[in-house]
Design a binder for this molecule. Structure first.
Ligand SMILES: Cc1ncc(COP(=O)(O)O)c(C=O)c1O
Length: 484
């Protein structure tokens, strides 16, 4: 039991300055009723935590003036609540809210064994958040904030800070072959916001549907639904999004992930890219290029952006979610020039622009070359982890076939058909969580032997241990039994 009913808690370092007139009812009625009323309001504010323990109360003189009551009434009120244990005071040094005895603790729910941290979750799409360059980012933030003139703290240009747009235009044209000038790019809150703005634009211009890759990213569907568009799944084959199936839908906008299709890992072939651009030309349609993990490639030549081939047919989007952290909510959109002005207005009326301080920090981070270093660092780590996963599978589960391995943060693993019924129990026993490819199809289809394995967020020892444990929980299967 707490003893601090009567001991004054240490005063807070900062004066939280609650609006006393809002917490306590304004003057009304005779003084006696008024004291009761104020006492009830103060007790309730303390009990519910609106006035936290340690909050310093105003002097009797100040509160009396604010509430337009006599100072004597406030003194009586303080004395009464001090006697009841709600307040505490020290002669000559003030009155504080006392710490009330803690409510009995709620029972802690028992952890289900499956949710223990011992489970290795091969969740795709997650970077290693421990690689976030905290000190370099803090330095960039401090430096940027020190340099920003006061006027820059006003509402920003909704298109993005000019210095960030300049640095991003340089980065995207150098690394991804995007055709862009600083004035042609919009800074936004990740790919998700770019898709939302584009979805609303399409809806506003009379479109009612959008084609999405199948399998594809499950997060896109609800974004477009919220923008008022119907999502039409279009199959992905071994070369990428099927242009014949796309044409058959009759829609005039499609989202593609050409550098490393999500989640199959397919790199769209040059012929397929040409066919998709031809579709866009023929239908006066729009391709939305989601370059979500295009920065990470391992053993294949760089594949430039689709946008670089036809900037007037493609809206290009990407973000720092895989290279720095999804929590930063920082991304970019490079639309065809004719769409730019309307999209900037849509961004303005969506949130009045991204935060100035983070934009300035990111601009400094890019200019200093620190972002390139971060990409190289992530690339090294992710390649090592991908290699560890492929080698652990080859060693412990040689009958498993992998694909989509040349880039990105995940790969596809296909188990022999006869293991399908055994895998749920075996992975639970091994403490491994696997995501079936069918979770990414529309509608969800059972794929008991094909899984999407994200590896970027897992250390090499954990990857190796998890694969070995999974193998130990499964019977031996000869390599030749894998379905081709
Ligand atoms: C394929 C794909 N595109 C886009 C996103 C959303 O990215 P952002 O964080 O930039 O909004 C994700 C999220 O993981 C994704 O997997």
């Amino acid at each position: 039991m707490q003893t601090s009913w009567t001991t004054p808690p240490p005063p807070r370092d900062t004066d939280p300055s609650p609006a006393w007139e809002l917490l306590l009812p304004a003057a009304s009625g005779p003084p006696r009723g008024r004291r009761r009323e104020l006492g009830a309001a103060l007790r309730a504010a303390i009990r519910t935590g609106r006035l936290a323990a340690g909050t310093r109360l105003p002097s009797t003189r100040d509160l009396a003036r604010d509430l337009r009551v006599s100072r004597g009434l406030v003194s009586e009120l303080y004395a009464q609540l001090t006697a009841e244990g709600y307040l505490t005071s020290r002669q000559g040094s003030g009155t504080w809210v006392a710490r009330l005895p803690a409510a009995p603790e709620a029972p802690v729910p028992r952890a289900h064994p499956q949710t223990s941290s011992a489970v290795t979750d091969f969740r795709p799409g997650l970077p290693d958040l421990s690689l976030f360059p905290r000190s370099a980012w803090s330095a960039a933030q401090r430096g940027a904030l020190a340099r920003l003139p006061d006027a820059a703290l006003d509402y920003p240009d909704p298109q993005g800070l000019p210095e960030l747009r300049a640095a991003l235009a340089e980065l995207l044209s150098r690394r991804r072959g995007v055709v862009v000038e600083p004035d042609g790019l919009i800074v936004c809150s990740g790919v998700a916001q770019a898709l939302t703005l584009l979805g609303r634009f399409l809806k506003h211009h009379g479109q009612d549907a959008i084609a999405l890759e199948d399998p594809g990213s499950p997060s896109e569907f609800p974004l477009f639904t919220a923008a008022g568009l119907r999502s039409v799944p279009v199959p992905v084959d071994t070369e990428g999004l099927d242009p014949v199936a796309l044409a058959a839908t009759g829609v005039r906008a499609a989202v593609v992930t050409p550098a490393h299709q999500f989640p199959t890992g397919i790199v769209h072939s040059p012929e397929r890219r040409a066919a998709l651009l031809e579709w866009a030309r023929r239908t006066h349609g729009l391709l939305i290029e989601d370059d979500y993990d295009g920065d990470f490639r391992y053993d294949r030549a760089p594949v430039g952006s689709l946008q670089g081939l036809a900037p007037e047919l493609v809206a290009y989007t990407g973000s720092v979610s895989k290279s720095l952290a999804p929590g930063l909510r920082l991304g970019w959109l490079v639309p065809p020039s004719g769409m730019l002005a309307e999209l900037v207005e849509a961004k303005r009326y969506s949130d009045l622009g991204n935060t100035v301080a983070e934009q300035a920090a990111f601009a400094a981070f890019l200019r200093s070359g620190r972002y390139d270093r971060q990409l190289r660092l992530c690339q090294r780590h992710y390649r090592t982890r991908r290699d560890a996963l492929i080698s652990a599978l080859a060693t412990h589960l040689p009958a498993v076939r992998t694909s989509g391995i040349a880039a990105g943060l995940h790969l596809i693993a296909e188990f022999p058909t006869e293991l399908g019924p055994l895998l749920p129990a075996a992975s639970a026993r091994a403490g491994v969580r696997l995501r079936p490819l069918g979770d990414y199809t529309a509608p969800a289809r059972p794929t008991p032997t094909v899984f999407v394995l994200g590896y970027a967020h897992l250390g090499v020892p954990e990857i190796t241990r998890a694969v070995a444990a999974l193998a130990a929980a499964l019977p031996d299967i000869p390599v030749s039994s894998v379905a081709v």
